[in-house]
Design a protein around this ligand. Structure first.
Ligand code: SAM
Length: 301
């Protein structure tokens, strides 16, 4: 028999809101997997996104120095404020995480720890935007431990050549080293979701996995490449200039030459390219663009 946690939402007769991704964790063993993966100390500031009824919040508050718990649903915010009334180290923030200022959120503690940790059972309908927003401020965090849909977890850890590998995998792996810590069945939640979930740990890298001259060009190459998944990298990048201004000046002939120069077969597809290969293409494009603008200056004079 699994160790179950009584959910306060059930007790308080608060009906879960499906559109807010309210699937509350009720399996204690999964809670332990999450907390263990976070390796908390009293020096840690933890940011929790979607605190719900505070099950995870409470577990985090035991080991961390300070917990900032964000929740969008007013009914749950009231519940959380009552529950953590006497916890000076738990701060309940009401709001839509995607509208909040992350730097302010993580600076709101008097703790000395340089970087924060994110630990959360994420609302499934906005998992990727939340993770991408966290990576936009990657310098603030030491690690992210999140419970997400299994399919999203597979995209996070996917390697080149696998069917889940895409622009999202590259964005995560550029900033972090991800690892799936546990697969979580629907029974671990109340109410139960339709699909399996997974606990994923992402250790934020000191420096991005690939060193590129221009990050904007790197991500334009990645997104442009994957936008036309079924086409060759040559075709996909030749068409990408329409959407990505960073690639607008680089025409098909130049891309063909660049691919040959950096040793990437132009017939390959984006889904087979490693981060390093995307990086080499991006740097060659950056160089090409630099030369172009120098050429243009010559023309003017
Ligand atoms: N942490 C709780 C637990 O583990 O049982 C609840 C997790 S539940 C999967 C996700 C929570 O995120 C819900 O409480 C939901 O109301 C909240 N949520 C949804 N959208 C949000 C948003 N944009 N900003 C902050 N919280 C949000």
């Amino acid at each position: 028999m699994k160790k179950q946690i009584t959910n306060m939402s059930k007790e308080s007769k608060i009906r879960p809101r499906k559109h807010l991704g309210q699937n509350f964790l009720i399996d204690r063993s999964i809670l332990e997997v999450i907390v263990n993966a976070a390796k908390l100390t009293k020096d840690d500031l933890v940011l929790e996104i979607g605190a719900g009824t505070g099950t995870l919040t409470e577990a985090l508050s035991r080991d961390a120095g300070h917990v900032v718990a964000v929740e969008i649903d007013e009914r749950l915010v009231s519940l959380l404020r009552q529950k953590f009334f006497q916890y000076p180290d738990v701060e309940i923030v009401k709001g839509d995480f995607l509208q909040l200022n992350l730097t302010e959120l993580t600076a709101s503690s008097t703790l000395i720890s340089e970087k924060s940790k994110v630990v959360a059972n994420l609302p499934y309908y906005i998992t990727s935007p939340i993770i991408l927003e966290l990576f936009r401020h990657a310098e603030l965090f030491e690690r992210l431990v999140v419970l997400v849909q299994k399919e999203v977890a597979e995209r996070i850890v996917a390697a080149p050549g696998s069917k889940r590998y895409g622009a999202f995998s590259v964005a995560v792996q550029y900033h972090a080293d991800p690892e799936i810590m546990a697969i979580v069945p629907p029974e671990a939640f109340w109410p139960q979701p339709k699909v399996d979930s997974a606990v994923v740990k992402m250790m934020i890298r000191e420096a991005p996995r690939v060193k590129t001259v221009d990050e904007g060009i790197f991500f334009a190459v990645v997104r442009g490449g994957f936008a036309k998944r079924r086409k060759t990298i040559l075709r996909a990048l030749s068409m990408a200039g329409k959407t990505y201004p960073e690639l607008a000046s680089v025409k098909e002939d130049s891309i063909r030459r660049i691919l040959a120069e950096v040793g990437v077969d132009s017939e390959r597809r984006a889904e087979t390219l490693s981060l390093e290969e995307f990086g080499r293409i991006a740097d060659a494009i950056a160089l090409e663009r630099g030369e172009l603008s120098q050429g243009e200056k010559h023309d003017v004079h």
